[in-house]
Design a protein around this ligand. Sequence first.
Ligand SMILES: [Zn+2]
Ligand SMILES: [Zn+2]
Ligand SMILES: [Zn+2]
Length: 356
Amino acid sequence: MTQKTTGYIEMVWSCPNCQTKNRGSVRYCSSCGAAQPKDVKFEKPIQEELITDEKKLEEAAAGPDIYCAYCGNRNPATAKNCQLCGADLNEGEARKSGTVFSGSSEPTVGTVNCGACGAENPANALACKSCGSPLNSSEKIESDPQPVKSKKRSGCLIALAVIAALLLGLIWLLSRTEEKIGTVIGKNWSTSVAIEEIVTKTDSAWRDQVPSRGSIVRCSSSVRRTSSSYIAGAEEVCGAPYYVDRGNGYSEQVQDCEYRVYDDYCDYTYKDWDVVDRANASGTDDEPYYAEPTLRQGQREGDKTVHYRVEFSSDSNGTYSFEPTTLNEYVSFQLKQQYLLEVNMINSVVTYQLKK
Ligand SMILES: [Zn+2]
Ligand SMILES: [Zn+2]
Ligand SMILES: [Zn+2]
């Protein structure tokens, strides 16, 4: 995500001496003259107006204010010496900054009523124009931590752990074997020859990845990639604005943005060989063969497959199967021969040995 600064707002602080509300840039209470103490927090004005004044913008962009180690006075980040007592500010303490908070979800109200006399005042006023009481035009910041993302991930982790446990259980089950004495009660083979034809297939890809033999049917604009950093010409998608306290009486208005690059995603058709039929053969003897398919014009033979299978039965009425991988192995089994078998939980033969 790119953090985009969309402006600055000026905060408000309440004087602990006389309750007067002051603008964030004001360091001494406008009513009683007291300096803003370190522990007096800035409040968010209910009217979130972006500042336009050049001097204020410069102050807002500067770092957090520094508290003098000797007299406790609040000084701008640019000051070298305390503006009140002249002490070196290298030993001072920077005001806490970086607190993140959200803007108001409701549209800004135009007016605020005085709690003392009830007079209606503009929402950006700090003191009642009628009686001078501080107005309810700012609120304490409730720091709003960034959205929690770990929940979804932990859900995923649990799902993964369950799948892993199931897999391990299956492996354990399949790896458990029993010994049996089995008699060969049957054997069979089956072969298959693919018959192929050129057919029209469809697929989809980004326009520049459509193969040259493909012909494009239709395209639509889709997001090809998303970048967290700025890309010229890309679509900018930004989240709701929020604020970051700068520790100098101002807060930065920020939006998290990403950049979406669009491209043509296309459906296309192309000609390719594909299996349209199979010629199958099977038997129970020791001489497997492949069927010879009758090919029509434009057809060809494709891949050939062969499968062998031997069936055993045991005294305890169980039946077990084994799939030899070669013809030699297949023909080595004779009907009625007895074998010492190791079988797994799904009745497949894992190892065999001719019983003497
Ligand atoms: Zn005051
Ligand atoms: Zn000082
Ligand atoms: Zn009033």
